[in-house]
Write a protein that binds this ligand. Structure first.
Ligand code: XIL
Length: 383
């Protein structure tokens, strides 16, 4: 049998197939396709439009702004993912050793759950925003405290986090491509892989990411990260994704998309995790280009902006976000939405390719008997 891999129920009888092909030819000839796919209506919000492309669109959220009506109104209308801006960092979650505080993080998670939003956990280990007690530890004591932190926090949020930034910003700037010096790095070069294994054990369902900045084009730093990810994949260290912060100025690296793609080609998802772009004449153009780059990379699963309104941004004075300080949509917002809505739908990979459908018609009545996804049919294709 030629089509052994195809389940019997999907096989079209020879004669019906011939009818289908003829009908297709006839309808195409008169310009009236039977079924069009990729015809989902263009979304009117960032989240809905991203979802039509099988992706999420998120924002960094500080817990205290959930009670700001304007902030929460925009968040709930436009976004379908959140990243706690500070609430899941080490200084926030473990202010004293072994005493954990989850108040802010829990508020954000429950808001997200009530509004069907994904949560990006940020971040389990980082050289910055460590509690004072951790800053003063070193060696085995610090290593053990760090891994206990990973276990406790990832266990607390087990099953509720879409993706964790397990380790943040561990590579040095400049041309070395080497690790950044830090108290964590000084506990031994294997601290990152131990953190990933520890996080996997605590929350097997979360995607585990490495996240960094100035890695947005092909450069020495991003190549350092690339080599680490390649090494981790080859040795079975559990890494699922790489986050590109994308705190951008007024130019986008020409190889932005190619850089995302080279990581995706290693077998990890890629995400734009902290996007903000200086306000300038090309802010909208750059936002659109970043959006298109993510859409063009199959394994780019979503985009997060680091805040909602310009007034929420950590980059005061740069006005780098999609909404102005009064909550109005900026030209950059429209550019992103249009980029998300352009082209056909690109659903996430699955067993049935819904970018094209085949309709099987009853020869006498002309009524549809069945509809087949492209990957399960052969012969004529109606797009
Ligand atoms: C920033 C927050 O936005 C600020 O509120 C905080 O004072 C400092 O950290 N890279 C990261 C984020 O991974 O955690 C940082 O967030 C911005 C840079």
């Amino acid at each position: 049998m030629k089509h052994q891999s195809r389940p019997a129920q999907w096989r079209l009888p020879q004669r019906l197939r011939a009818i289908l092909i003829l009908l297709t030819a006839a309808l195409v000839a008169v310009g009236a396709p039977l079924v069009t796919s990729g015809s989902a209506s263009a979304g009117t919000t960032l989240g809905a439009s991203a979802a039509e492309k099988g992706r999420y669109f998120g924002a960094a959220v500080p817990a205290f702004k959930l009670s700001d009506g304007q902030f929460a109104g925009i968040l709930d209308r436009e976004f379908n993912a959140v990243t706690p801006e500070n609430e899941m960092k080490w200084d926030a979650t473990e202010p004293s050793q072994n005493q954990f505080r989850y108040t802010g993080g829990d508020q954000i998670v429950s808001h997200a759950q009530a509004h069907n939003m994904r949560v990006r956990g940020h971040t389990l280990l980082w050289h910055a925003q460590q509690p004072g007690w951790a800053q003063s530890l070193s060696g085995t004591a610090l290593r053990n405290a760090a891994m206990n932190h990973v276990t406790q926090v990832a266990t607390h949020y087990r099953g509720q986090i879409y993706a964790w930034d397990v380790v943040n910003e561990a590579f040095a700037d400049g041309g070395s491509g080497a690790r950044r010096d830090s108290n964590l790095q000084r506990t031994g070069n294997d601290w990152i892989e131990v953190a990933f294994r520890t996080a996997r054990a605590a929350d097997p369902a979360a995607k585990l990411c490495y996240n960094d900045y100035n890695t947005d084009g092909v450069n020495a730093k991003s190549t350092g990260v690339y080599n680490m990810v390649r090494d981790f994949k080859s040795r079975g260290v559990p890494i699922d994704c790489v986050g590109f912060q994308s705190h951008l100025g007024t130019t986008l690296p020409g190889d932005y998309q190619a850089n995302l793609q080279r990581f995706a080609d290693l077998g990890v998802d890629v995400q734009i995790t902290e996007l903000d772009i200086s306000q300038g004449s090309n802010q909208a153009t750059m936002y659109a280009a970043v959006t298109r780059a993510c859409l063009a990379v199959t394994r780019c699963t979503g985009i997060t902006t680091w805040g909602v309104r310009d007034s929420d941004s950590w980059r005061s004075g740069d006005n780098p976000l999609l909404f102005d300080g009064s909550g109005n949509k900026k030209p950059a917002y429209t550019a992103v939405l249009n980029a998300l809505n352009a082209g056909g739908t690109t659903p996430p990979p699955g067993p049935v390719d819904t970018s094209a459908w085949y309709v099987l018609l009853n020869r006498n009545s002309g009524k549809a008997l069945d509809v087949y996804g492209a990957s399960t049919a052969d012969g004529a294709r109606i797009t």
